[in-house]
Design a protein. Structure first.
Length: 186
């Protein structure tokens, strides 16, 4: 009835909606037009019809119906927000845990790399440096570089330790050969 009053006040008819998609709007408007208005509304002016239409539409039944419809929607919205807040809080806690795990892993990797570097340095770099120093020492009084008197202390990884031992053995053999040569020359 409220819609019929509003259409009558505005002069809207179903014929005006004849061009709408598949004619449904015109059909709905014609249903509203065919609803008979009570006699008391026939003498009202268009402005009074609009006002009466609003009164009918927004009466106490409207507010009760609106409250009845909106209350469950509001409860649902609150429940949804509560669940969403809990999920966000859970995700934030998970993010913090992941951050701690990443920091611990990063620190562990740094410690492990440091240990590997220290081991590498003690097994490879330091022995090679010591061997280089031993070989580069010269007898200050001698003009020639004499390997027969050079000795290295074997250390480091297996290969470098074996190298030191073999070097010392070869140095000893060289020294013995030089002594044999000197004795043979005399």
């Amino acid at each position: 009835m409220s819609m019929n009053l509003m259409f009558t006040a505005k002069g809207i008819t179903a014929k005006q909606f004849g061009d709408s998609k598949d004619g449904r709007l015109a059909e709905y408007v014609s249903i509203v037009e065919n609803t008979t208005l009570p006699e008391e509304y026939s003498d009202l002016s268009p402005d009074e019809m609009k006002e009466r239409s609003r009164e009918i539409l927004y009466d106490s039944f409207y507010n009760d119906s609106k409250t009845m419809i909106m209350s469950p929607i509001e409860r649902f919205r609150q429940a949804l927000n509560k669940r969403l807040d809990a999920e966000v809080e859970s995700a934030a806690a998970g993010r913090e845990t992941a951050l701690v795990i990443q920091l611990v892993c990063s620190a562990s990797v740094l410690v492990i790399v440091g240990i590997v570097l220290i081991v590498f340095e003690s097994l490879y770099v330091r022995p090679i440096n010591d061997y280089s120093e031993s070989l580069s020492k010269r007898n200050e009084n001698s003009a020639e570089f004499d390997l027969s008197n050079v000795r290295v202390s074997p250390k480091g990884a297996y290969e470098l330790f074996r190298f030191g031992e073999l070097f010392n053995r070869l140095s000893q053999i060289l020294q013995n050969e030089l002594k044999k040569r000197e004795t043979a020359e005399v």
